[in-house]
Ligand binder design. Structure first.
Ligand SMILES: Cc1cc2nc3c(=O)[nH]c(=O)nc-3n(C[C@H](O)[C@H](O)[C@H](O)COP(=O)(O)OP(=O)(O)OC[C@H]3O[C@@H](n4cnc5c(N)ncnc54)[C@H](O)[C@@H]3O)c2cc1C
Ligand SMILES: *[C@@H]1O[C@H](CO)[C@@H](O)[C@H](O)[C@H]1NC(C)=O
Ligand SMILES: *[C@@H]1O[C@H](CO)[C@@H](O)[C@H](O)[C@H]1NC(C)=O
Ligand SMILES: *[C@@H]1O[C@H](CO)[C@@H](O)[C@H](O)[C@H]1NC(C)=O
Ligand SMILES: *[C@@H]1O[C@H](CO)[C@@H](O)[C@H](O)[C@H]1NC(C)=O
Ligand SMILES: *[C@@H]1O[C@H](CO)[C@@H](O)[C@H](O)[C@H]1NC(C)=O
Ligand SMILES: *[C@@H]1O[C@H](CO)[C@@H](O)[C@H](O)[C@H]1NC(C)=O
Ligand SMILES: CC(=O)N[C@H]1CO[C@H](CO)[C@@H](O)[C@@H]1O
Length: 626
C-alpha cells in the first residue's frame, strides 16, 4: 500500500470515529415501474417533496395500509447534493423553470420563483438553515380559526420531526457562547440538527453591536422565542451531511412493501364522485404532450396533496376546486367554488443592502475569495477533517427584528396607516367578500405583530459579512397563483404583488434605516463599516422608496399560503383537520395550508405541519373504522 493510500485509509478511519452517525451515507433509490401500479391504494400522496415523504412514511408505518406517492421529479443522486456546499447552489434540474409576472410595485420587473421538482422537494435543495418561528407566529394561525395549530399544539410535532445533536466542536460553541437547548428538540426524530464546527469571528462583534442598539441576544430561540438576535442550527447530521426528507424519511421506509413511489409522473387531476368524494387521481408521464395517455389510480381512504405552494392550488384548480369564474373561463366544471385556492400567496421579499468593512477582522467570509493561503487551508480542513469554514451551510445566526425596535418612533404611524386603509384597494381584484373578511382578520393580527416586541418583522441574516439580504417577514401584500385558462397544464401565472401595499414599503424603509443604526453601533466601529448601496446620499422616504422598488425581490423561497387553513367564510381552503372545504376524501399536507407566513425560514415548520397532518389523517381513518 502506498503512503498516500495509507493516509486515505487513516483519514477514512478517523471519519468513521468522528461520524458516530452511520447508515445514511448511501442514498437509496427505490421506485416502482408504472406497469406495476395497482388500481387502488389506501392513500395517494400527490408530490414526493418534503412534506409528501414525511406523510408517506408515517402513513405506511401501519402495515395494513398501502400508500402510493406520485412525484413529478426524480432522485437527485449527485453526492454533492448532501454536502454543505450545496446550500447555496440550487441545481436547475431540481427546480421548476418559472418566473413571476411583472411586479407593478417593483418597476414591472419579473422576479425569481422557487419551486422544487425533485424527490425530497425543497429539503433536497434548500440552504439547511433550520429555525422555527416565534410562538406568536403560530398562535396567530390558531386565532384564524384553527384550534390546535398554535405553538403549543405544534411543539410536539417540531420535536417528533427532529433530533438535536451535541455539536462536534465544543470549543467553537463555547467561544461563540452558542446556547443549545436540546430539550425543545426531539430525541429520536428523523431530521438531525446541530451547529457546524465553525463561526466567523466577526459574528460575535455583530451580536454585540446588535445588543447595543436594542436587539438583545435570544438564548433559547427554538422554544418559541425566535425574535431579536439568535443562533440557528443547520439541518445536518453529525458528519456534516444534509439531513432531509429523502434520507431521513424515505430511505428508512423505502423497503416497506406497502409503500410505493412513482417518479417522473405528474398528477393532472383529482377525480370526484357525484357526491363530491375524491376517489382517484389521473396521472401522466412527465414530458408527454397534452392529450397523451393517462393512468387513473384510486384511493380507498384519502388523497393528500403535497405538491407545494405552486402546484397544490394548480392541481385543485384543474380538478374543479377553486374560484368559480376562473374555472368557468377554463371550461372546468366546478366541484367546489373556493375562491381562496391560489390566493393569499405570501413570501419573505428580500432586498440587498451593501456595506464594506474597511478594517475587518481576519479571517472573514471574504477571506475565502481574497486570500489563497486561507482558502487552501479551508479546503484542507474540509477534505481531511470535515471541519473549518466549508462546514457551514448558510450561516448560523440571524436577527428577526421587531418593528418596535427598528422604528420606535414611527411604528404606531405605520399601524395606523395600515388600519385606515380600505383593504380592497391593494388586494387582488378577484377577492370576494369572504376573502376580504379573512384579510381583515389577518390585518388585525399583523398590525398587532407590528406593535409586538416579541415577533420579528424584518430578518437580518448575519455571519460576519458586511452586507445582508433584509427580508420582509410580515407582508401586507397578497399574491396569486392562477391557472392558465387556455392551457391548464402550462405553468400557472404567479403574481406575488410584492409591495403593492405601501405599508410593506414603509416597513422596508424602517429596516434599511435600522441597518444603518446597527452599523453605527459602538462595537461595529472596529470593523470600519462604509455604506455602498443604497448609499449615504439616499436618505429621504422618497429616495429610499425608489431604491426599494428598483432592488427588492419577491421571494426567499419561502412561498406559501395558497390553500390556506381558514374557515370557508373567511376565504379559507382547508379546515383545521386539513380537509378541503366542500368535498370529502381530499386533504392538503404541505406549506400551502399556512394562513399567515411565520417570521422564519419555513423548512422546520413544514416538517411539523406534515407530522401533524399524518396524525390527523391516521386518526380520522381509525375513527371511520378503515
Ligand atoms: C432553493 C431553496 C432554498 C431554501 N432554503 C431554506 C432554508 O435554508 N431553510 C429553510 O427553513 N427553508 C428553506 N427553503 C424552504 C423550504 O425548503 C420549503 O418551504 C419546503 O421544502 C416546502 O415543502 P413542501 O412539501 O411544501 O413542498 P416541496 O418540498 O416543494 O414539494 C412539492 C413536490 O411536489 C412535486 N409536484 C409538483 N407538482 C406535481 C404534480 N402535478 N404531480 C406530482 N408531483 C408534483 C414537486 O416536484 C415537489 O417535489 C428553501 C427552499 C428552496 C426551494
Ligand atoms: C428546468 O430547466 C433545466 C435546464 O436548465 C432542466 O434540466 C429541468 O428539467 C427543468 N425543470 C423542469 C421541472 O422541467
Ligand atoms: C407597469 O406596467 C403597467 C401595466 O402595463 C403600467 O400601467 C405601468 O405604468 C408600468 N409601470 C412602470 C413603472 O413602468
Ligand atoms: C452566554 O449565554 C448565556 C445563556 O446561556 C448568557 O446568560 C450569558 O450572558 C452569555 N454570555 C455572553 C458573554 O454573552
Ligand atoms: C492569508 O491567510 C493566511 C493563512 O491563514 C494568513 O496567515 C495571512 O495573514 C492572510 N493574509 C492576509 C492579508 O490576511
Ligand atoms: C398559457 O399557455 C399558453 C400555451 O402554453 C401560452 O402560449 C400562454 O402564453 C399562456 N398564458 C399565460 C397567461 O401565461
Ligand atoms: C447618490 O450618489 C450616487 C453616486 O454619487 C449617484 O449615482 C446617485 O444618483 C445619488 N442618489 C441620490 C438619491 O442622490
Ligand atoms: C396491505 C399491505 O400490502 N400490507 C403489507 C405492508 O407491509 C407489511 C410488511 O412490512 C406486510 O406484512 C403487509 O402485508
Amino acid at each position: 500500500m502506498s503512503r498516500i493510500n495509507l493516509l486515505l485509509v487513516l483519514l477514512a478511519l478517523s471519519y468513521a470515529s468522528y461520524g458516530t452517525y452511520l447508515g445514511r451515507d448511501e442514498l437509496v433509490q427505490r421506485q416502482i415501474d408504472p406497469g406495476a401500479l395497482k388500481s387502488a391504494y389506501d392513500y395517494i400522496v400527490v408530490g414526493g417533496g418534503q412534506s409528501g415523504l414525511v406523510i408517506a412514511n408515517r402513513l405506511s408505518e401501519d402495515p395494513t395500509k398501502t400508500v402510493l406517492v406520485v412525484e413529478y421529479g426524480t432522485f437527485d443522486n449527485n453526492p454533492g447534493q448532501v454536502e454543505p456546499s450545496s446550500a447555496k447552489n440550487y441545481p436547475p434540474m431540481d427546480l421548476f423553470n418559472v418566473t413571476s409576472v411583472p411586479q407593478r410595485a417593483l418597476g414591472n420587473r419579473t422576479t425569481t420563483v422557487y419551486a422544487a421538482a425533485v424527490i425530497g422537494g425543497g429539503s433536497t435543495i434548500n440552504g439547511m438553515f433550520f429555525e422555527r418561528g416565534s410562538a406568536e407566529d403560530y398562535d396567530n394561525w390558531e386565532k384564524l380559526g384553527n384550534a390546535g395549530w398554535g405553538f403549543s399544539g405544534l411543539l410536539p410535532y417540531f420535536k417528533k420531526s427532529t433530533t438535536f445533536n451535541t455539536p462536534i466542536d465544543p470549543a467553537v460553541v463555547a467561544d461563540a457562547n452558542i446556547t443549545c437547548d436540546a430539550s425543545v428538540y426531539g430525541t429520536d426524530g428523523p431530521i438531525q440538527a446541530t451547529y457546524p464546527p465553525w463561526v466567523w469571528p466577526g459574528t460575535k462583534i455583530q451580536f454585540k453591536a446588535f445588543n447595543e442598539v436594542g436587539v438583545l441576544t435570544q438564548f433559547e430561540a427554538a422554544g418559541g422565542k425566535s425574535y431579536n438576535a439568535y443562533w440557528v442550527p443547520s439541518n445536518v447530521d453529525p458528519s456534516g451531511r444534509r439531513s432531509y426528507a429523502r434520507n431521513e424519511y424515505f430511505d428508512p421506509a423505502q423497503s416497506r412493501p406497502n409503500l410505493s413511489l412513482l417518479v417522473n409522473y405528474r398528477v393532472n387531476e383529482v377525480l370526484f364522485s357525484s357526491t363530491k368524494h375524491a376517489h382517484s387521481v389521473r396521472i401522466q408521464a412527465r414530458g408527454t404532450a397534452n392529450g397523451a395517455p393517462t393512468i387513473t389510480v384510486s384511493a380507498n381512504t384519502e388523497i393528500v396533496l403535497c405538491a407545494g405552494w405552486l402546484h397544490t392550488p394548480h392541481i385543485l384548480q384543474r380538478s374543479g376546486v377553486g374560484p368559480k369564474a376562473l374555472l368557468t373561463a377554463a371550461g372546468i366544471p366546478v366541484i367546489s367554488d373556493l375562491p381562496g385556492v391560489g390566493s393569499n400567496l405570501q413570501d419573505h421579499a428580500p432586498i440587498f443592502i451593501q456595506f464594506a468593512y474597511t478594517t475587518d477582522v481576519f479571517p472573514n467570509p471574504s477571506s475565502l475569495q481574497t486570500n489563497a493561503t486561507f482558502a487552501a487551508w479551508a479546503e484542507q480542513q474540509w477534505t481531511q477533517l470535515r471541519e473549518g469554514p466549508l462546514s457551514l451551510t448558510t450561516g448560523n445566526s440571524v436577527g428577526a427584528i421587531p418593528l418596535t425596535t427598528m422604528n420606535p418612533t414611527g411604528y404606531q404611524a405605520i399601524i395606523s396607516k395600515a388600519l385606515a386603509q380600505t383593504p380592497a384597494t391593494y388586494l387582488p381584484k378577484a377577492y370576494t367578500a369572504e376573502q376580504l373578511a379573512g384579510f381583515i382578520e389577518q390585518r388585525k393580527l399583523l398590525t398587532a405583530s407590528y406593535g409586538s416586541s416579541t415577533n420579528g418583522i424584518f430578518e437580518v441574516p448575519f455571519e460576519g459579512s458586511a452586507s445582508a439580504a433584509l427580508c420582509l417577514e410580515k407582508p401586507m401584500s397578497r399574491g396569486t397563483v392562477t391557472l392558465n385558462t387556455t392551457d391548464r397544464y402550462a405553468e400557472p401565472s404567479i403574481d406575488f404583488n410584492t409591495n403593492i401595499n405601501p405599508v410593506d414599503v414603509d416597513l422596508t424603509i424602517s429596516a434599511a434605516r435600522f441597518y444603518r443604526t446597527w452599523m453605527a453601533a459602538p462595537s461595529m466601529q472596529q470593523l470600519g463599516p462604509t455604506e455602498l448601496s443604497p448609499g449615504t446620499n439616499v436618505t429621504t422616504d422618497a429616495q429610499l422608496s425608489t431604491w426599494v422598488s428598483s432592488g427588492m425581490g419577491s421571494s426567499t423561497a419561502h412561498s406559501c399560503c395558497t390553500a390556506a387553513m381558514m374557515p370557508q367564510n373567511l376565504g379559507g381552503v382547508v379546515s383545521p383537520d386539513l380537509l378541503v372545504h366542500g368535498v370529502t376524501g381530499l386533504s392538503v399536507g404541505d406549506i400551502s395550508v399556512i394562513p399567515l407566513i411565520p417570521a422564519t425560514h419555513t423548512c422546520a415548520t413544514v416538517y411539523a405541519i406534515a407530522e401533524k397532518a399524518a396524525d390527523l389523517i391516521k386518526a380520522r381513518a381509525a375513527h371511520a373504522g378503515f
